[in-house]
Design a protein around this ligand. Structure first.
Ligand code: XUL
Length: 566
């Protein structure tokens, strides 16, 4: 392949969006893959008329029901583009656009929405007014929803058990996955389901707005639905049937993440003065896009995203999905996969403890962390503001004190449950607890442990205290990229990569594009914390095993309670 074909035009810009739980971000990069522009819209504060808290609606009547208003996402797109306009952003230089969406969330288009809304956009009117009436469901279920346990069990049963479903799709049935959510809609609101013309993921929905017609779901985000055969990257007829009737037609096709979804609709070309030839590359899930944004490609590397959800992921050549965690196709390499763990109680839980124990200040939170000793004198907590995904435990806080003998020696048998910790202990307990859980589960699913290095992203990656503690617990150096929003950066990089693949007419390894990056490009990583001493890592290893046993105990208790209450 000619090197010139893989080069980006010198004046080109590529734009990546991230439609996440709490905000919409836009990152533009130039041909050297340097950061050019950034804008964002925070849903709660900038679009307060939707009444969201942390970007979502929590249904007071249905336990675990958590949704996001679809029109808010539409309005946010318009607002972020207006902000770019005000900042003098040169839209005419944008060759390609792509995006990242919170995974699993689903959007339900009403009958004729493509004909009467997507294809009829008038550049003189706002997007918001033109999408009134376009959706059969106004509040979209999002990844935080945990109200579909019955549907999960029914789907697993129909598929011959959790393991068969995992083997086929890369994950067992999870409450937040789109298949169980669709089955619930079909079961509880059959008419609404029947009147739905098309079902998109947040990612393919946003891409559809940009293209002006329905856009396919990409393979990486499609793997978060319990519906796609992960080996063949096609809808599984069996899984579709176990979910809802007539589903294939409503889902439309699947597509490779690096492929072109379509040309940018004339609405955006005329209203925002984008380049006429600008292409839209398929959007994908936020975690797959973060993998791209961190340029993660070494099997020994681990990425940790500290965001609304905390996720841990790595690249693997082997497809070995297990009952814990998920496997998705790698969005920038059709030959490999990403293995991932997801925790629901990430930054919102840390913030809750910061507000309660550290006067709402990250500085005080950090000072308290510094004041306390590694291992927290054996004090450990399980802090779940919401029903947790990993392990699947109900909301609530459980605190334990573990006896410590001779320095690092923790005895799992000698554990006492307590109701309170003082504020410094509480602060250390929440962070140590989160990282110990990541370490134990990472090891359990066969991801590198200790890793060669960890690349950290997400809002929490700007907190140096968290990074130092992570380096001690995992026993490896910790790096961050230039900016904490790797999902929108990853989307911008994917836009550039997709543009190259489209121009050459074949898949081009993304490493070729990275090899042309400028020295100060946004993909450069920086060391933030050196690996902690090995005895500290060993001590944390012991604590991680004690925590795993406690976790199992809590799971057994929860299961018992459930059985008793049924
Ligand atoms: C991943 C998951 C979350 C969302 C957050 O499976 O549910 O990380 O993608 O946006």
């Amino acid at each position: 392949m000619q090197a010139a074909m893989t080069k980006l035009p010198a004046d080109a810009l590529f734009l990546g969006f991230d439609s996440s739980t709490q905000s919409l971000k836009a990152t533009a990069i130039d041909a050297g893959l340097r950061l050019h522009s950034f804008q964002s819209v925070h849903f709660d504060s900038e679009l307060p008329h939707y009444g969201t808290k942390d970007g979502v609606h929590r249904d007071p009547k249905v336990q675990g029901r958590i949704t996001g208003p679809v029109l808010m996402w539409v309005e946010a797109l318009e607002l972020v583009l207006s902000k770019l306009t005000k900042a003098g952003f040169p839209f005419e230089k944008v060759y390609g656009v792509s995006g990242s969406g919170q995974q699993h969330g689903s959007v339900y288009w009403a009958k004729d929405a493509q004909e009467y809304h997507l294809k009829k956009l008038n550049p003189l009117k706002s997007l918001l007014v033109q999408f009134q009436g376009a959706f059969s469901v106004q509040d979209s279920p999002v990844w935080m929803d945990s109200s579909t346990s019955l549907q999960c069990r029914a789907i697993e049963k129909a598929m011959g058990g959790a393991l068969s479903l995992t083997e086929l799709t890369g994950s067992r049935a999870y409450e937040r996955f789109t298949g169980p959510q669709i089955r619930k809609l079909f079961e509880t609101q059959t008419e609404t389901y029947n009147s739905t013309e098309r079902i998109s993921l947040v990612s393919s929905f946003m891409a559809s707005l940009l293209v002006g017609e329905y856009v396919a779901i990409d393979h990486s985000d499609g793997a978060g639905m319990n519906l796609m055969d992960i080996r063949h990257r096609t809808w599984s007829a069996e899984a579709l049937e176990a979910t809802a009737p007539g589903l294939e037609e409503k889902l439309g096709p699947l597509a490779a993440p690096h492929a072109v979804a379509g040309n940018l609709s004339t609405y955006f070309v005329e209203r925002f003065k984008f380049r006429k030839e600008c292409v839209v590359i398929h959007w994908s899930g936020d975690n797959p896009c973060s993998l791209a944004g961190l340029a993660l490609n070494q099997p020994g590397d681990l990425a940790i995203s500290l965001g609304t959800s905390d996720t841990v992921f790595g690249v693997t050549k082997d497809l070995h999905p297990g009952l814990e965690g998920h496997v998705f196709p790698n969005p920038v390499d059709p030959e490999s996969y990403m293995a991932m763990l997801c925790y629901k109680n990430g930054s919102l839980t840390r913030e809750e403890i910061r507000d309660r124990c550290a006067n709402g200040s990250w500085k005080t939170f950090g000072d308290l962390l510094e004041k306390t000793l590694p291992y927290n004198r054996g004090k450990m907590g399980f802090y779940y503001k919401d029903f947790e995904i990993l392990p699947p435990l109900p909301a609530g806080t459980r605190r334990f004190v573990i006896q410590q003998h001779d320095g690092n020696n923790f005895i799992s048998g000698e554990v006492k449950q307590v109701s309170k910790f003082d504020p410094p202990t509480e602060v250390r307990a929440v962070v140590e607890g989160q990282f110990l859980s990541m370490r134990a589960h990472t090891e359990r699913i066969g991801m590198p442990c200790p890793p060669e290095r960890i690349l950290v992203t997400g809002g929490g990656s700007t907190n140096p205290h968290l990074l130092t503690l992570m380096a001690s617990i995992f026993g490896c150096p910790v790096y961050t990229a230039q900016r904490p929003d790797s999902a929108s950066l990853g989307a911008a990089l994917r836009a550039a990569h997709g543009w190259i693949c489209n121009r050459t007419g074949e898949f081009v390894p993304i490493a070729l594009m990275f090899s042309t990056a400028a020295e100060d490009s946004a993909i450069q990583c920086h060391l933030r914390a050196a690996a902690g001493p090995s005895d500290l890592h060993d001590g944390y290893g012991q604590l991680a095993s004690v925590r795993a046993k406690l976790e199992q105990q809590l799971l057994d208790e929860a299961m018992h309670k459930n059985l008793c209450s049924n």
